[in-house]
Design a protein around this ligand. Structure first.
Ligand SMILES: [Zn+2]
Length: 103
């Protein structure tokens, strides 16, 4: 598990995206630099109860989370965080996850 989630910032105008785009929709630039975001606020929760082709699927929760830069990410939730909660972001392989910050 890697702390943070990779996002891509346009070198032309500074806009940040996830996942990566080929061209920046704002300035049509194609030069990017990677950045990492470590925290976001939960906006919406959804539960995926079934996955086609997966026989051992257990229901799991995904969340739309908003980063401080205003970027909206969809991440898997590792705990019962709800809307308004600040979650810490991490990556497992290329899949982003979030869980409540431990104090
Ligand atoms: Zn741009």
């Amino acid at each position: 598990m890697t702390p943070g989630v990779t996002v891509w910032r346009c070198r032309g105008c500074g806009a940040t995206f996830f996942p990566q785009r080929l061209l920046c929709p704002h300035c049509h630039g194609d030069a990017w630099e990677e950045d990492r975001v470590h925290e976001a606020v939960v906006e919406e929760i959804a539960t995926i109860r079934h996955m086609i082709g997966a026989s051992d699927w257990t229901p799991r929760r995904i969340a739309s989370v908003r980063t401080p830069e205003g970027l909206l990410l969809t991440v898997g939730l590792r705990d019962d965080s709800g809307p308004g909660a600040t979650v810490v972001l991490s990556e497992e392989g290329t899949a982003p996850y979030g869980e409540r910050r431990r104090s």
